[in-house]
Structure formats: structure tokens, C-alpha cells
Design a protein around this ligand. Structure first.
Ligand SMILES: *Cc1c(COP(=O)(O)O)cnc(C)c1O
Length: 382
């Protein structure tokens, strides 16, 4: 108990908040947000047309090094569309990790496909290349139409690794393994805007990468998402699908395939653009917070999760790992009773009612982490 109080006291000092509520992650609007939003209102371009949408796409592509970026209404529908664009069809299977936010698994289900859950790396909390390669070697066979699961005889169309809490997974190895097996990689980079693996921005390794700009993410557009592409033809198709597959024409309404109303309104893109201008500053401040935490936790029996040598994390949500579940639970209880917001990791996907029947391999790392991990306050401090 003494230790737990010591941690909470430290968080209160770090956030210069001696007794008030400390959120897990609050957005900061210190830039051109108001100015750009006012411009939307003054010009009446608040909806599907306007200069901020194009600019936001261009600047995100620039920042991440993607060839093209296409905005969506949120990260979840960006993932859904990315899977469709990667060629995931009804009754296909998609490999992912059980330690993730529900959107990752749900987007697979939206395609009427089946998730397969494989274990994560203990160090970076993302999909483990060893468990992936093990599974593919022993449980699948290559046919001319792709990689097939020997157990179900279904095609494994895609793999969705996730960069957990902003820490890059070993994405280059994952992409290599998947390429050998003709499996498309859709990177769930929803939490890792501003994170790099071996010098390259997360979300630009796979066929398609997905970002989220939900209110709790490092950048927010209120709600929003983005798909990142290497292939500009695929990006063009993505844009077409997000805009109801309407054929460009000065007045006629003709649609040439089943599309979606998934495009981000100008008003959200305006907010996003103003946020993006501050990203480097946010990243610097987050790095300082993470360093303070790392120094503090290096002296006690709780492990602070750090970026790997090969990566640069955005430290979106700082996390610590307790020795056991009891210690973890006492910490969660004390913090939340004392107005310091902390949260456990998500309930693992294969334990949720929608996914209990899905194929799982050994998930011992994910299970070990889920019992011990806690996210601690991580907002940008001003
Ligand atoms: C936030 C998030 C998403 C997308 O969420 P939206 O709220 O729909 O933007 C997807 N995957 C992960 C891992 C996330 O954290």
C-alpha cells in the first residue's frame, strides 16, 4: 500500500495536480483549432467539401511518408475498408492479436471473416513474429489461391498487427513472413501516430496502414481515421469507396459499385490540421513525461514499458506492469478512488462472447500482460 501511494503521489507531482482529477489522456487545443473551425463556419464548408480535407490528407501523407492518405469518419471504419481493399472476403480468415482494442477484431467480423488470435511479444506488446511464423509453418499450407488454414480449410487473407499504446511491434519481420505466405498486412497504427520502427513511420510497412483521431488519441479530429497507402491506385479506389462510389459528374448521381459514406467532414479535418501542426511539440512533451516515469519506476518493483532499441515510440499511453494481478488490482482501486485515472489493458479478444469460438494458439504472453498491465496518466502537459 505504501508503494501504491508513492506512485500516485509521484503522478500528482508530475501533473502538478495536488488533489484534483487527473485524466488518462485529455486532448490539448493550443494551436489554430479555433481559427480553422471559424473558417469552416464562415465559408459554410463544414461538410464533405472543403480545403481542409485535402490538406489534412496531404500533410499526413507527408508526415508519415505514405504515398497517399485517405480520411475516414473514424479508425474503425478505416480498418473495415482497409481489410476490404486488401481483398478480405466472406469466410476468409484474418490473423490478429488478442491484446487490442475491440475495433481490430470487429473490423474483421464486419467483412464476415474470422479472426485467428496469435500471441504478442512481451517487450513491445504487439504481434509476435515467432508465433506468426510458427503458426504459418505448422498449421497452414500454400495453394495457388493463397495460404490456407489446414484446420478449417479457409483462406488466410490478411494479418492485422497492432502497435500497442504507441510502441511499434517488429513490423518488418511480420511483413516479410506474410509476404512469403501471400498474406496482406493491414497495420493497425491507430495508437501510433508519430511512432517509428527502424526510422520508418508506423502504418507505412504493410499494404495499408490505419490511424485513428478519436478524442483520446495523440491527435484528435473529434472523431476520425485515416488510411495510409504505398499504392496510389489502391488509394484512389479507397477514396472512391469512402464517397459512396459516386462517379464524378457535374450534376448526375451515378454510382459504379457498392460504396460507403465513410468520408471525414471538413470541420473534423480542420481540427486535425491544427492538431498536426502541434504534433512534434506533443511528441517532445510525451517523451519527457515518459522519461520522468522511467526514472521513477527504475527504483521500484513495478516495470515501466519502454520503447525498443529499434523503435521510437510516441508514448501515447504510458504503461506499467505489476508483479501480479492482486497488486495490479489494488493499484487500480486506489488510483480510481483517489481521482487519478488509471485503466487495465483491454479484456483479451478471445475472452469476449463474440470471439470465444475463434481459433487461438498459445496466448501465454497476452494473458500474462492482461493480468498485470495498467495505463497511467499520459496527457500532454502545458
Ligand atoms: C482507437 C483505436 C482504433 C480506432 O478507433 P476509432 O475510435 O474508431 O477511431 C482501432 N484500433 C485500435 C487499437 C485503437 O486503439
Amino acid at each position: 500500500m505504501k508503494r501504491i501511494k508513492e506512485i500516485v503521489d509521484f503522478i500528482r507531482i508530475l501533473y502538478k495536480q495536488p488533489d484534483g482529477f487527473i485524466p488518462l489522456h485529455a486532448p490539448v487545443f493550443n494551436g489554430n483549432e479555433k481559427k480553422y473551425l471559424e473558417e469552416c463556419i464562415d465559408t459554410t464548408f463544414v461538410s464533405s467539401v472543403g480545403r481542409f480535407v485535402d490538406r489534412f490528407e496531404e500533410e499526413i501523407a507527408d508526415y508519415t511518408g505514405a504515398t497517399k492518405a485517405v480520411v475516414c469518419v473514424n479508425g474503425t471504419n478505416a480498418l473495415h475498408l482497409a481489410l476490404l481493399l486488401a481483398g478480405v472476403k466472406r469466410d476468409d480468415e484474418v490473423i490478429t492479436q488478442p491484446l487490442t482494442f475491440i475495433s481490430t477484431a470487429n473490423s474483421i467480423l464486419y467483412c464476415s471473416a474470422y479472426p485467428i488470435f496469435l500471441d504478442v511479444d512481451n517487450a513491445n506488446l504487439g504481434l509476435s513474429p515467432e508465433s506468426l511464423s510458427n503458426f504459418l509453418k505448422t498449421k497452414t499450407e500454400q495453394k495457388s489461391a493463397g495460404c490456407f488454414n489446414k484446420l478449417t480449410n479457409r483462406r488466410i487473407a490478411a494479418c492485422v498487427p497492432m502497435h500497442t499504446f504507441g510502441h511499434p511491434c517488429r513490423i518488418d519481420e511480420i511483413v516479410d513472413i506474410c509476404r512469403k505466405h501471400q498474406i496482406k498486412v493491414v497495420e493497425d497504427a491507430a495508437e501510433s501516430m508519430g511512432s517509428y520502427y527502424k526510422g520508418k513511420h508506423t502504418g507505412t510497412f504493410g499494404e495499408i496502414g490505419v490511424l485513428s483521431f478519436n478524442g483520446n488519441k495523440i491527435l484528435t479530429t473529434g472523431g476520425g481515421g485515416m488510411m495510409l497507402f504505398k499504392d496510389s491506385e489502391l488509394a484512389r479506389h479507397a477514396k472512391h469507396l469512402t464517397t459512396q462510389a459516386k462517379v464524378a459528374h457535374p450534376w448526375e448521381f451515378v454510382h459504379d459499385e457498392m460504396g460507403y459514406n465513410y468520408r471525414m467532414p471538413n470541420i473534423n479535418a480542420a481540427l486535425g490540421l491544427a492538431q498536426l501542426e502541434q504534433l512534434d511539440n506533443f511528441l517532445q512533451i510525451k517523451r519527457r513525461i515518459a522519461e520522468s516515469y522511467a526514472t521513477f519506476f527504475s527504483n521500484i518493483d513495478v516495470k515501466f514499458v519502454r520503447e525498443s532499441k529499434e523503435s521510437k515510440s510516441n508514448y501515447w499511453l504510458n504503461s506499467v506492469i505489476f508483479e501480479n494481478r492482486e497488486y495490479r488490482d489494488s493499484f487500480l482501486k486506489y488510483c480510481n478512488e483517489n481521482k487519478v485515472m488509471t485503466r487495465p489493458a483491454w479484456e483479451l479478444m478471445h475472452r469476449l462472447p463474440m470471439y470465444t469460438g475463434n481459433q487461438c494458439e498459445n496466448l501465454s504472453n497476452a494473458e500474462w500482460i492482461a493480468d498485470r498491465l495498467v495505463n497511467i496518466p499520459s496527457s500532454v502537459i502545458y
